[in-house]
Design a protein around this ligand. Structure first.
Ligand code: SF4
Length: 441
């Protein structure tokens, strides 16, 4: 049975990343799918990277990105969790979960490894999981098996009494890190100096800030304080329409690709979508380009989705003439243009769920989700466009060892790795999130 967001994930025999890595490291590599991994370090446990002196994203798609110096670090995981066997961790997690009962809810993102998702009470995308947290006000603790910005959003939307826990503090998001509050504030000051802050004759402000859900709470708060709004990959077009009703142009951060793909589909010409490089004056643009703009795109991207290419789509079509290619809108524009469809993780899941048996799908999103879909829908042929196993580096930082540690901590009355958003920031961020909730697609 396929599982839906908001439903527990069944403990079936899925092809996990670990299994795939084991397969390709064996002599029968030819029998394994896909062909290779982007880093042999993926076979190691994440605590090997948590112990490294410099903050880094670890192996996976973001391994070549530069992590900001202030990136949260994870302290050393107690040895008993690092050395426990898979079976022992499984037993300890299930025992702790049973002891805690309804006082804890575990949320698992679509991109999490199967070895973690199997314990989740809810599985979904970042927004669905944030909403799921609000559906369990009885739970004293929310253990968020995702990344940092998701845990922040859960803290903003949950009750003050609830504690949100991120099992590994190093599970950030390289895309979210590409826009910080200081850089965005500096950009805003330059845009205000150039474009003013007074509305035009139609009452539209010079700029409306729009932040993708994949951003820090501080940036959501910035949008709340400056007439802006949050969007997800599911509602980006509706949110841009909302913004265009209120503003002459949009400042969209941090993901340039979601902004460009969405605005292009709405008819905004590319020449009216300048890119803002935070390391350059006026973002590297001349004044006229900014005055003529409709959407100013932040220079950010997701390293997972940047890996997909038109060549991969061409190969999928050559190998499978009836293939249906669906990619995430965080992919670069040429990839979205070459695909049959683009949509959020939930869109992809629903499209597969609704397809006639025997359909063939090439999917452009994170490998854990694609492998899980392939296992859940055996009546279809489903494969990842990228033949190389390269998971999200930060989702990978969550491991059953960390999950066992935080759950047993709760059993013992200890709250490890609590994520809290200061009240003032949370109040402003909630304004931007509430504006998003009021937008109808
Ligand atoms: S898949 Fe991309 S956007 Fe999502 S958490 Fe990983 S780096 Fe961030």
């Amino acid at each position: 049975m396929p599982h839906a967001p908001g439903r527990a994930f069944s403990r079936e025999n899925h092809v996990s990343i670990s299994t795939a890595i084991e397969l390709i490291s064996r002599e029968d590599a030819e029998a394994a799918r896909p062909a290779s991994v982007c880093s042999p370090q993926l076979a190691q446990a994440p605590w090997a990277f948590d112990a490294m002196p410099l903050p880094g994203y670890g192996p996976g798609a973001s391994m070549n990105d530069t992590a900001p110096p202030a990136t949260p670090r994870q302290g050393e995981l107690p040895e008993e969790y690092r050395t426990a066997s898979d079976d022992e961790l499984d037993r300890r997690i299930l025992t702790a979960k049973a002891t805690l009962g309804d006082s804890v809810v575990i949320l698992g993102h679509f991109y999490q490894r199967d070895e973690v998702v199997r314990y989740a009470d809810f599985v979904g995308d970042s927004y669905q999981l944030a909403r799921a947290a609000t559906e369990r006000p009885d739970a004293e603790a929310i253990v968020f098996c995702g990344v940092h910005f998701m845990a922040e959003t859960a803290d903003i939307l949950s009750t003050p009494a609830q504690r949100v826990i991120l099992p590994n503090l190093a599970a950030g998001c390289s895309m979210a890190d590409m826009a910080d509050i200081d850089s965005v504030s500096e950009c805003w000051d330059q845009l205000t100096a150039l474009l003013g802050s007074d509305p035009d004759a139609d009452g539209r402000l010079p700029v409306i800030p729009v932040t993708y859900m994949n951003s820090s709470a501080a940036l959501k708060a910035f949008c709340g304080d400056h007439g802006g709004i949050v969007c997800t990959s599911s509602n980006a077009a509706a949110v841009l329409r909302w913004a265009f009703e209120r503003g002459q142009r949009v400042l969209f951060f941090p993901d340039q690709h979601l902004g460009r793909n969405t605005a292009k589909a709405m008819g905004v010409p590319l020449e009216r979508m300048p890119m803002w490089n935070p390391r350059k004056n006026l973002g590297g643009n001349d004044e006229q380009a900014l005055q003529d703009s409709r959407v100013i795109l932040w220079h950010g991207f997701c390293s997972v989705h940047k890996r997909f290419s038109v060549a991969q789509i061409d190969k999928a079509r050559a190998d499978h003439p009836a293939v249906r290619v669906i990619v995430h809108p965080e992919c670069p524009m040429p990839v979205v243009d070459a695909a049959d469809e683009a949509g959020s993780t939930d869109y992809i899941r629903k499209a597969i769920d609704a397809a006639a048996p025997g359909s063939t799908f090439a999917i452009g999103t994170e490998i854990n989700m694609v492998n899980r879909l392939a296992a859940q829908y055996p009546q279809h042929t489903i494969f990842c466009l990228d033949p190389v196993i390269c998971p999200c580096s930060t989702m990978y930082r969550i491991h059953p060892g960390y999950l066992a540690w935080v759950l047993e901590g709760l059993v013992d009355g200890r709250v490890e790795n609590r994520i809290t958003v200061p009240d003032g920031v949370a109040d402003s961020a909630r304004v931007a999130l509430d504006r998003m909730l009021a937008v109808r697609p």
